[in-house]
Design a protein around this ligand. Structure first.
Ligand SMILES: N[C@@H](CCC(=O)N[C@@H](CS)C(=O)NCC(=O)O)C(=O)O
Length: 217
């Protein structure tokens, strides 16, 4: 059955791999599933046809036969459940890997997103500069904790899993801020994720969309 995901027609990051379709592409590449991409404009994302698939009018979505999913955590989990390669077979190890998936989107990503909010969405507010150090410190707390747990291990819990895929994807959003460089173990962890051939293919695919937009004007 054909898998179709959605991605930005014009990604605000200009193809740097920070839009969340990259996570889904990466998961599909890890398990060797071909997929098609439907590019959507900001306007189309808010129209009924897309809202029927994604109630919040966002990307990415995932369609396969009669199944339509939204939320990257749920989509990556679905892919990992259906295909070998992203979750361990041992039930306890599998449950721990799933914990890391939730930790990525529910514990680490929220403060990371606050940085985007304070810098871009609220950047022109008079209190933005005052708030910035608070947000940075909240992120550092999480990075310190994560780094302490990772130590010098290659991945968060044994072999690479969907938990690492989600965590690396979330941490990558911090690269432009320079915060990752304060935590060399985490910077190396993210680099290991990026070095995976499946990530490289996912990155190249989303970058090609942005390149085509630039060429087309
Ligand atoms: N929690 C959602 C977040 C989805 C999300 O924020 N998508 C962004 C792109 S990375 C989007 O569509 N933004 C446009 C908008 O919200 O209008 C997920 O993980 O899938």
């Amino acid at each position: 059955m054909t898998i179709t995901i959605t991605a930005f027609e014009r990604s605000p990051d200009g193809g740097r791999g920070l839009s969340r379709d990259t996570r889904v592409r990466w998961a599909l590449e890890e398990v060797g599933q071909p997929y098609e991409v439907r590019l959507v404009s900001f306007q189309a994302m808010k129209e009924p046809a897309h809202l029927a698939i994604h109630p919040f009018g966002q990307i990415p979505t995932y369609e396969e036969g009669g199944l339509a999913l939204f939320e990257t955590g749920a989509i990556v989990f679905h892919i990992a459940e259906r295909h070998a390669g992203l979750l361990p077979f041992d039930p306890d190890a599998r449950a721990r890997a799933i914990s890391w998936m939730f930790a990525a989107v529910n514990t680490v990503e929220p403060p990371v997103l606050e940085l985007v909010t304070v810098k871009i969405l609220e950047g022109d507010k008079p209190w933005a500069q005052e708030r910035l150090p608070l947000v940075l410190e909240r992120i550092r707390v999480r990075l310190r904790q994560l780094s302490a747990r990772l130590g010098d291990a290659e991945w968060l819990d044994g072999a690479f899993s969907a938990g690492d895929l989600m965590m690396v994807s979330v941490l990558l959003r911090l690269r432009p801020s320079g915060l990752l460089d304060e935590f060399p173990e985490l910077a190396a962890y993210v680099a290991r994720g990026e070095a995976r051939p499946a990530y490289q293919r996912a990155y190249a695919a989303q970058a090609a969309v942005a390149a085509a937009v630039r060429e087309g004007g």
